[in-house]
Design a protein around this ligand. Structure first.
Ligand SMILES: [Zn+2]
Length: 411
C-alpha cells in the first residue's frame, strides 16, 4: 500500500514522464504501479470532462446573451423599424415555397445563382469581385450591349484559375444597371463549378434609374424583395445579398433612400447588405441610417473599408458591429494590405474582416472585354505574405472560409 498521499502532479510525473514508470517500477511493488496508472487515467478523464463542461457553459452563456438581445428588440422596437415593416407587403406563402425560407423557419443557407446551398458548402471564397461591368449609364445599359457567350468564354479561364487553387465561392458585386447579368453568372457557375452569388439593390448616379429618385425606401425595397422571392429579370436566379453604393461625403437624399431601402430589404429577407463606400463620412452616415432603421450592423458590410484613413476609424466602425471589407488587394502594393490586416487583427477584429480584390472584369464596350485583372493575387501573393508575417492557418481559414460563410448566410 502507498504509505503517503502522492500529489496529482507527482502521479503524472511518475507514471507518464519518460522513464517515470521504470523509476516507479524499480521502487514499488507491481500492484502499486498498477493503482497509480489507473489513478492517472481517472484524473485525465476528469480533466477532459471539465474541459467539455467549460465548452457547454460557454454555449449556454452565448445563448442567454442572444436571448437577451432578442428580448430587447421585442420589447423596444423603434418607430422606424415599425414603419419599415409596415411599409412592406407580406410575403405570399406560394412565393417562398421550396425556396430558402427566412421567416417562420430556422433554415440557414447561402443563395447562389444556381440555388441555395448549405453555408458549410461555400468553402474558400472571394467576397468582392466582378465578372462584368458596363459603365455606359442606366439609360443605355442592357443585355443588348454584350454577347453572353463572348463574356462567358473570356471570363471562364479566370474562374477556372480559382477552382484550381481550391477556391469554391465567388461573390459577384456588379449591381443592376452596371452590367449584372444573371444568365452569364449562372452559365459561368455551371462551367467553373464555383458557387457564384449575385445581388439585388442599386448603385449610385449615373447608374440609377429614374424611379430611384421618386420611390420611397419601402417601395424600392419592395422591388428588391420581389427579385429575392421570384428571381431576377424573369430568370430563376435569385440574389444572395443586397449591393448598394454611396458617394464620398454626406449622403444625398437619393442615397439615403437607397440605404433605407437596403435596410428594409434586409429586415424582410435576411439578406446581407454590402455598401460601396468612399471614405469615413459616407461609411459612418450609412451605418447611422442602418441602425436607425432597426437593422443590426452585423448584417452590414462596409465595402472598400481599406480606403478609410487610420486604423482607429476602422476600429470605431467595427466596434459598432459592421463587417469591414478590405477588397482592393492587388490594387496597391501587397505589403500595404498585409500591414493593414495585421493592425486590425492586433485590435481583435478578426471576426469582422472580409478580404478580396475587386478584380476582373469583362469591360463592356471595350474590344474583347478589355484588359481583365486576374483574381489570383490574393491566393498567390497575399496569403503567402500573411503566412510569412506569422498569421496562423486557422486565422487564414477564418478570413477566407468562415467569415464569408457567416457574412452571407441567410436565415
Ligand atoms: Zn467592386
Amino acid at each position: 500500500m502507498l504509505s503517503k498521499v502522492i500529489s496529482r502532479r507527482e502521479l503524472i510525473r511518475l507514471s507518464g514522464a519518460a522513464g517515470g514508470t521504470a523509476l516507479l517500477a524499480a521502487c514499488a511493488p507491481k500492484e502499486v504501479v498498477r493503482v497509480v496508472k489507473q489513478t492517472v487515467v481517472v484524473v485525465e478523464e476528469v480533466e477532459r470532462k471539465v474541459e467539455v463542461t467549460k465548452e457547454v457553459v460557454k454555449e449556454v452563456v452565448k445563448e442567454q446573451q442572444a436571448a437577451k438581445v432578442v428580448e430587447k428588440v421585442v420589447q423596444a422596437p423603434t418607430a422606424t423599424l415599425q414603419a419599415a415593416i409596415a411599409g412592406l407587403k407580406p410575403v405570399p406563402r406560394s412565393r417562398t415555397a421550396g425556396a430558402v425560407r427566412t421567416t417562420g423557419g430556422n433554415m440557414v443557407a447561402i443563395q447562389t445563382v444556381r440555388g441555395a446551398i448549405a453555408p458549410e458548402d461555400l468553402g474558400r471564397t472571394l467576397v468582392h469581385e466582378h465578372i462584368m461591368v458596363d459603365f455606359v449609364g442606366a439609360a443605355q445599359t442592357g443585355a443588348h450591349r454584350w454577347v453572353r457567350e463572348d463574356v462567358v468564354q473570356t471570363m471562364l479561364p479566370y474562374l477556372q484559375a480559382l477552382s484550381q487553387r481550391g477556391l469554391s465561392g465567388f461573390v459577384d458585386c456588379t449591381p443592376m444597371y452596371l452590367g449584372r447579368d444573371p444568365l452569364v453568372l449562372k452559365r459561368l457557375s455551371e462551367l467553373s463549378g464555383l458557387h457564384i452569388l449575385t445581388n439585388t439593390g442599386l448603385y449610385k448616379e449615373p447608374y440609377l434609374p429614374p424611379e430611384a429618385f421618386t420611390l420611397s425606401p419601402s417601395e424600392l425595397a419592395e422591388q428588391w424583395i420581389v427579385e429575392w422571392q421570384e428571381g431576377i429579370e424573369g430568370t430563376d436566379v435569385r440574389p444572395g445579398f443586397v449591393k448598394i453604393a454611396v458617394h464620398s461625403g454626406a449622403l444625398e437624399r437619393v442615397q439615403q433612400t437607397i440605404v433605407r431601402a437596403a435596410a428594409a430589404t434586409h429586415l424582410a429577407t435576411g439578406l446581407a447588405v454590402a455598401c460601396h463606400t468612399e471614405g469615413e463620412v459616407a461609411a459612418e452616415m450609412s451605418l447611422d441610417l442602418i441602425e436607425e432603421a432597426g437593422m443590426s450592423p452585423r448584417g452590414y458590410i462596409i465595402v472598400h473599408a481599406d480606403q478609410i484613413d487610420g486604423i482607429a476609424k476602422h476600429c470605431e466602425l467595427a466596434r459598432r458591429g459592421a463587417w469591414l471589407e478590405y477588397d482592393s488587394i492587388g490594387g496597391r502594393p501587397v505589403g500595404e494590405h498585409v500591414r493593414l490586416v495585421l493592425d486590425l487583427l492586433d485590435q481583435g477584429y478578426e471576426d469582422q474582416l472580409l478580404i478580396s480584390q475587386d478584380a476582373g472584369w469583362y469591360w463592356v464596350g471595350e474590344e474583347g472585354g478589355g484588359r481583365v485583372r486576374p483574381y489570383t493575387v490574393l491566393e498567390d501573393e497575399f496569403i503567402p505574405a500573411l503566412r510569412a508575417a506569422g498569421v496562423h492557418e486557422d486565422l487564414l481559414a477564418k478570413l477566407l472560409i468562415s467569415n464569408p460563410r457567416r457574412a452571407f448566410a441567410v436565415g
